[in-house]
Design a protein around this ligand. Structure first.
Ligand SMILES: Cc1cc2nc3c(=O)[nH]c(=O)nc-3n(C[C@H](O)[C@H](O)[C@H](O)COP(=O)(O)OP(=O)(O)OC[C@H]3O[C@@H](n4cnc5c(N)ncnc54)[C@H](O)[C@@H]3O)c2cc1C
Length: 472
């Protein structure tokens, strides 16, 4: 009789596609179960792990990135392997995964963005926050993003935490940014022509703003920057006042906004203009490049979930040369996997992937993180999310069909046949140390490698055991 799946003689073989927070937290939840033997391959299309912790979390928020210590510890567990530079859809297809693994988790995050759906949106210098954030974070796919910073004002559409990150990076003193791991190209561009005025545009009113009080407070205390709030925009209608009364977060935000409005401008060299109750209507371009943003003023009306914005027919044009829309990330469909186009996620029930036609769970396929629940929540939100998926996987164990070629060496042979250059965790640690070394002379936490080819070349020049000896 064959040994049972999950026994020490036949550990459960799991592929987790995407080594961002949700991939790591799912792996952690599986590894935490002492009664089940697991062997996990954590696979990422980039040589570098940690997803948006490396390529999303703002460079001037280094403490938040410390969460990687937890992930690092897990990656050194012998039951887990990290396989970087391996892309699902390019290096591995679904049939390969089914041949080599008993269960497969997709935790690929949100690689794209939601659009505004307005004329002119594709003009030069009208960008998504997905692209803009990836550009200043030195993501290999966005190194060549055409961003023109020529001192013109900028509009950032949205007032969530990502919008606030973008606005803050745009106006923050470049000398302060020079102490972070921001990409060299974006730092140089910001030094040369960063905007003096940034308009941060919210569709609804101050009570409905979805940013966290901490982010708002930080933006109000940036050196050399005035956060300008028009007191008239803080006058609440009855419905907003009622909403405010029952929402602690909104109250904190509102108190901060009121204090800022009372303080007024202090004559600082750069300004963030917080504008409520406006929606972008058209990106205006000249010779193909943004030269303004036409916005429509809104009023609040009762909607399906709380108050929603309704256009008033009154328009205004903001004189901006850059528009960054920060209205949400979005997952992309994966080859051979179902996709819910409306929700921008892989259809699932508690992490089990569903067949869109029958609504039945597809055996052995699971999801975690942003591609499971949509692009919301902090890094820590992926922990209970990953646990839920892991519990579904383990509950399904009695019904799980064992893979035909579960050995690690069998997967390695498949990748070798395809000429894939796998970057394992030891190689990533070498890259990590090299980046930290590059940062030291400049008082920076690291200077990131950009292109994947550059990372692979650096690894080839620094074979195992030959790299700098101390980590960060
Ligand atoms: C701009 C921004 C700032 C943020 N700031 C904060 C913050 O300050 N604090 C906080 O707590 N949270 C923050 N968050 C939220 C946090 O980053 C997310 O909750 C979290 O990263 C989502 O995790 P995930 O694993 O689902 O996706 P991701 O982090 O996106 O990870 C997905 C991984 O999958 C890989 N991948 C994609 N496609 C494939 C494929 N085909 N094959 C193999 N691998 C693939 C990607 O390379 C990536 O490594 C921020 C988010 C953004 C966008």
């Amino acid at each position: 009789m064959n040994p049972a799946l999950g026994s020490t003689d036949r550990p459960l073989r799991v592929a987790i596609i995407g080594a961002g927070p949700s991939g790591f937290y799912t792996a952690a939840a599986l590894a935490a179960r002492k009664d089940i033997a697991v062997s996990i391959d954590l696979i990422d299309r980039l040589p570098t792990p940690y997803g948006l912790v490396r390529y999303g979390v703002a460079p001037d928020h280094p403490k938040i990135k410390d969460v990687v210590r937890v992930f690092e510890k897990l990656a050194l567990d012998p039951r887990l392997r990290y396989l970087g530079n391996v892309e699902y859809g390019r290096d591995l297809r679904l049939a390969d995964l089914r041949r080599h693994y008993d269960q497969i988790v997709f935790s690929v995050g949100g690689q794209s963005d939601r659009r505004l759906g307005i004329p002119g949106e594709d003009a030069e210098n009208s960008l998504s926050s997905t692209a803009f954030v990836a550009w200043y974070s030195c993501h290999p796919d966005f190194l060549e993003l055409p961003v023109v910073l020529d001192g013109s004002a900028a509009a950032v559409v949205g007032i969530g935490n990502v919008a606030i990150d973008v606005a803050r990076i745009l106006v923050r003193d470049p000398d302060e940014l020079a102490k972070t791991d921001i990409s060299d190209d974006s730092l140089a561009a910001l030094r040369a022509g960063g905007p003096r005025d940034v308009y941060l545009l919210a569709r609804r009113g101050p009570v409905q703003a979805k940013c966290s009080p901490a982010e708002l407070k930080e933006m109000g205390h940036l050196a050399g920057v005035d956060l300008i709030v028009d007191p008239a925009e803080l006058e609440l209608d009855e419905a907003s006042a009622a909403e405010l009364a029952g929402d602690r977060e909104a109250q904190k935000n509102f108190e901060l906004l009121r204090a800022l409005a009372e303080r007024g401008p202090t004559g600082a060299p750069r300004r963030i203009h917080l504008r409520f109750l406006v929606s972008p209507a058209e990106v205006i371009a000249q010779d193909g490049r943004v030269c303004g943003l036409r916005v429509e003023k809104n009023r609040l009306v009762p909607g399906r979930s709380g108050l929603s914005a309704q256009g008033t027919g009154e328009f205004e044009t903001l004189p901006v040369g850059l528009v960054v829309r920060a209205v949400g990330y979005r997952s992309l469909p994966l080859p051979e996997m179902p996709f819910d186009d409306r929700g921008g996620i892989i259809p699932n029930a508690g992490g089990r992937v569903l067949d869109p036609t029958s609504a039945a769970a597809i055996p052995a396929l699971y999801v975690a993180g942003w591609v499971k629940r949509g692009p919301t929540g902090l890094i820590g939100s992926n922990k209970p999310d990953g646990l839920e998926t892991a519990e579904a996987m383990l509950a399904d164990l009695p019904l799980t069909q064992p893979a035909k070629e579960p050995e690690r060496t069998a997967l390695d042979a498949t990748l070798a046949e395809r000429g894939t250059r796998v970057v394992d965790f030891a190689a990533w640690q070498r890259l990590d140390r090299l980046e930290v070394e590059r940062g030291k002379p400049h008082g920076r936490p690291r200077v990131k490698f950009g292109a994947v080819a550059e990372m692979l070349a650096a690894l080839a020049e620094t074979p195992a055991g030959a790299g700098p000896s101390s980590g960060h």
